[in-house]
Design a protein around this ligand. Structure first.
Ligand SMILES: Nc1nc2c(c(=O)[nH]1)N[C@H]1C(S)=C(S)[C@@H](COP(=O)(O)O)O[C@H]1N2
Ligand SMILES: [Mo]
Length: 420
């Protein structure tokens, strides 16, 4: 079964229809790429004709119209698994996770990056041209996954974007090493953390309010693969993904990869910008029963992301012929670690078939798995994928431990298949 065949086969778009049916007119407007004129006459519950078309003709700026919009203010959109099939994620396919409103003006020639902070030897400001001429350029393929990817599966449900599996991507990033720029400024010996600031604006429209300002320990910032990037897959970074400049911290929650990057602070303590404290991107230090309340001091910051995999082919809902052998393939990643093995199951986890797994092209890039499968008799199947990292940790089959904000769901990915 080649790619074209499964593309033609049915897919289950029911959840999307439910969402659209219940969406506000403003959300529908975003999905359609403009406000609905005469909205007051639009029958409640009717699905706009444009959204009934197989491919919506209108999109989020620069993005593939197959992305699924979860929220319109701020704009958040995830990628269905089958669109993540390429080994290197194309620019128009990468998910969008905004906490605020992207900057109105993005001028590459006027853009500056300032480095400062109590553990910086001096304050220095660079234009993008300065960065390009002063420092050596590097390209790495780096995996970015939102800490809340998979949130929709937790019960009791957690507030926030109801990501299913699509808040992950692994494009090629080009830029300079964060460590080269930090060293050029000078790092004091008491440095422990860095923090970023971007040019997006707060949902309240209060210009003094910072949307999000997170960071990483200085050791993570000094890794070879931590980049200040201006390019994705050899092109400009898409506007929604942080053009013209962003941090790329592979393997850690993507919230550490600041978009529309304008300032980096070198701190003598753990960075304390908005979304570093409380329950944001933090999980209880100890396992808890679902629904338990935990005081803030018993939380810790999420660092390396857990092992996970995604089946990108076939597309869920595919129908295969009797005795038809077909390929099952996808990607697997494990935060700072490498993936050692990927297994798939066609019998709900009773037995597992081991897949071939590629080496990562560089550290912190996702890996690819594949195997060939024939289904024994006619009927409904699920294919489950389970990756194991080099330390022997595997994905849970159903759900990992519940946490109040619904982070780090690395449960096995499942797809539905029917055999004729
Ligand atoms: N300036 C800025 N940087 C940001 C964010 C943001 O809202 N503003 N969102 C963060 C979060 S939570 C994630 S998951 C990633 C998403 O990156 P993407 O939108 O390019 O997929 O960007 C991170 N960097
Ligand atoms: Mo995120």
């Amino acid at each position: 079964m080649d790619k074209k065949d499964t593309d033609k086969i049915m897919t289950n778009d029911f959840p999307r229809r439910e969402f659209i049916k219940n969406a506000s007119l403003a959300t529908l407007g975003t999905l359609l790429g403009g406000k609905i004129v005469f909205a007051e006459s639009f029958p409640k519950g009717l699905i706009p004709e444009a959204l009934l078309l197989e491919e919506s003709p209108f999109t989020i700026s620069g993005k593939n119209n197959g992305l699924i919009v979860l929220n319109d203010r701020p704009i958040n959109a995830e990628t269905p698994p089958h669109l993540l099939d390429p080994n290197v994620t194309p620019n128009d396919i990468m998910f969008v996770r905004n906490n605020g409103i992207p900057p109105k003006e993005v001028n590459v020639n006027k853009w500056t990056l300032t480095i400062e902070g109590e553990s910086a030897e001096q304050t220095k400001t660079y234009t993008i041209a300065d960065l390009k001429s002063k420092f050596k350029e590097y390209t790495y393929q780096l995996t970015l996954e939102c800490g809340g990817n998979g949130r929709s599966e937790f019960t009791p449900p957690a507030k926030g974007n109801q990501w299913t599996t699509g808040a992950v991507a692994c494009p090629n990033w080009t830029g300079v090493k964060l460590k080269d720029v930090l060293k050029d400024v000078g790092i004091k010996s008491n440095a422990v953390y860095i923090g970023y600031y971007g040019k997006d604006t707060h949902l309240s429209e209060d210009p003094t309010k910072v949307v999000i300002s997170r960071g990483v320990p200085i050791e993570k910032a000094m890794e070879d693969e931590a980049l200040i990037a201006w390019s994705m897959n050899g092109e400009e970074i898409p506007y929604m993904n942080g053009a013209p400049l962003r941090l790329v911290i592979g393997g850690w929650p993507a919230s550490t990869s600041g978009k529309w990057l304008s300032k980096i602070v070198i701190r003598d303590k753990v960075h304390d910008g908005p979304k570093m404290g409380g329950k944001s991107y933090r999980i209880p230090k100890n396992g808890i029963a679902p629904g338990t309340k935990v005081p803030d001091e018993d939380y810790e910051i999420i660092e390396s992301m857990p092992v996970k995999s995604l089946i990108t082919f076939p597309k869920t809902g595919a129908i295969v012929k009797a005795n038809q052998e077909f390929e099952v393939r996808g990607h697997a990643w494990a935060g700072d670690l490498e993936v050692k093995a990927v297994d798939v199951s066609i019998d709900f986890g009773s037995s597992w078939i081991s897949c071939s797994v590629t080496k990562p092209v560089n550290r912190l890039a996702w890996q690819h798995f594949s195997t060939k499968i024939t289904l024994p008799e006619s009927g409904y199947y699920e294919i489950w994928a389970r990756a194991t990292d080099i330390q022997g940790k595997s994905q849970p089959m159903v759900l990992p431990g519940w946490n109040p904000k619904g982070y780090l769901n690395n449960a096995c990915h499942r797809i539905a298949i029917k055999r004729l």
